[in-house]
Ligand binder design. Sequence first.
Ligand code: LMR
Length: 337
Amino acid sequence: MKVIHLLFGLVASALAAMPFVALAQNPIVIKFNHVVAVDTPKGLAAEFFAKRAGELTRGKVRVEVYANSTLYKDKEEMEALQLGVVQMLAPSLAKFAPLGVRDFEVFDLPYIFDSYAELHKVTKGSIGQGLFKKLEPKGIIGLAYWDNGFKSFSANTPILIPDDLQGKKMRIQPSSVLDAQMRALKAIPRMLAFSEVYQALKTGIVDGTENPISNLYTQKMFEVQKYLALTEHGYLGYAVVVNKRFWDSLPADVRDQLETAMKESTRYANDIAKEQNDKDLEAVRKSGKMQVHVPTAEQRQAFKKALIPVHKEMESRIGKDLLQSVYRETGFDPARL
Ligand code: LMR
């Protein structure tokens, strides 16, 4: 009797100690592609999600994260998502217009958000949810908004005033608002995939670019750009999206667990975003490879004056109602400079 008890006990404790991953013979695999380095707000949040998804589903789901465009670069990843070759992405909000959802370009408007707090009024409210609804006819479901940060201009010549960018070839993401923004500075916009930017800067295909510091640093752009002006003239953040067919096909309990993992990851992403960017700015400064300029109040004002007219110019493309509702939410007044 004692032996049977002992055996029973041994089997029970062996089962309890078994890694839960082994309990799931055929896990559901989520391929999560993205284009930035692991050590960035998005890269770290994707790893966090992979870990929590595995834990909360007790191994029923395995998330494979492919960072740094190793699987697909910008345009390809969107196609792969729609085809269901990958299941999850977190493209920047500037990358949704080529799908035909121009509304997302509202996030690219220069100076539309003064702070993360203002931005969150939009992403965490009904406007953010309404924008996600527009993705569904494209076979995509929006799950969350993840922050990165505010973009600054870099080039190989000093950037003190808007005219300093005149005639410069500037890399942009695929957004008409960003195209208009560069033209408003009399610069020449050049659309390039993120994975191509470092090489393009190095070889002179483009003269400059705009980035949140975490991207500038982790892609080593600071090694091939001499000047950084902390203009913080626009926001760059992400929509975490899944293939709709895949998402709808998940068992309801698994979907719930993944939603919980996503909520936790969003909190994590948005908690670390500023910190990562601040840390990377420090690292850029320490590298001694770039001169970092903090614009004076006057210089900041000159950039605003040059760039705020882009709002009006893009109003009909983005939609007047959407623009007005973002203004109402954040308190932005284009007339008040
Ligand atoms: C860019 O292309 O500059 C960014 O969208 C990259 C990213 O995902 O942060």
